[in-house]
Design a protein around this ligand. Sequence first.
Ligand code: COA
Ligand code: MG
Length: 277
Amino acid sequence: MHSRRCLLFMPGDDRRKIEKGIAAKPDCVIMDLEDGVAANRKAEAQATIVAALNELAFNGVEKIVRLNALDSGLAESELEAVIPARPDALLAPKIESPEQIEWLRRRLPESLPLLIMIETAKAIVNLKEIASAPGLSALIFGAEDFVASVGGIRTRSNHEVQYARSAVAIHAAANGLQALDQVCVDFGDEAGLRAESRAALEMGYSGKTAIHPKQIIPITETFTSSAEEVDRARKIVEAFRQSQSNGAGAFALDGKMVDMPIVRAAEAVLVRAGVRK
Ligand code: COA
Ligand code: MG
């Protein structure tokens, strides 16, 4: 699976932003047909995305297209236009049922990864059935739409999305999918972005969406294990190997208990660092 630490959105009708986005080298770019594009610019966006897919060198940046919602009446013709231009993956917004995933999968080449957005109250209620539907690669949590759908108020504390954001991480993990975090709309606030990214990492997310190139480095750094974390993880894994051969399941390392869950977390650190698969 493609590493998706940072996924940068850009409006699909803006060729300049598509080019700038690729040059900024996030793991993935998401060229948007949905809410980043005005209703009267949808056709322009589709044409711009198809041209970008055909003409630009993406240099290893994963090229993802976000479709309009399935009930918009636009998605089917978008699929027909976009698939021949060979995106690396597709993102479907506002998914609320497993039937919608079946509908999409019937129209997609088998090898084309499908990411979906979980961003409504109904999606959270149906999350078990949605996340276990065959043919998914990742779940992206959409905080702004989610809060709008429940009639709540978006705050910097994120307390109002705690349950839904956590549910997305849990259902993704239970089904072997990537969990990818909400955007941070306040793109001038680097400290806030770093804190929000770290919170997502702690909840089990492996990457985060972005809306501005400035956000790529803080997000990518957060979802990449540091050298100290890698050293510590290696030490835990090695000490565990020795304690196992000595017949001890749990042991102490630097004054803290280490047992199987701690070893699994250490292995996850090594995976995030690219040291392990
Ligand atoms: N992708 C690629 N390039 C981007 C970008 C993005 N998401 N956001 C900004 N840039 C570029 C701008 O084009 C500008 O470059 P330029 O001056 O050479 O043209 C540079 O980065 C600095 O941008 P800035 O002036 O700080 O922001 P802005 O006012 O141009 O744009 C937004 C602000 C919010 C409109 C813009 O960041 C954006 O379009 N974000 C994505 C919106 C989106 O896709 N929403 C749907 C998903 S949530
Ligand atoms: Mg949304």
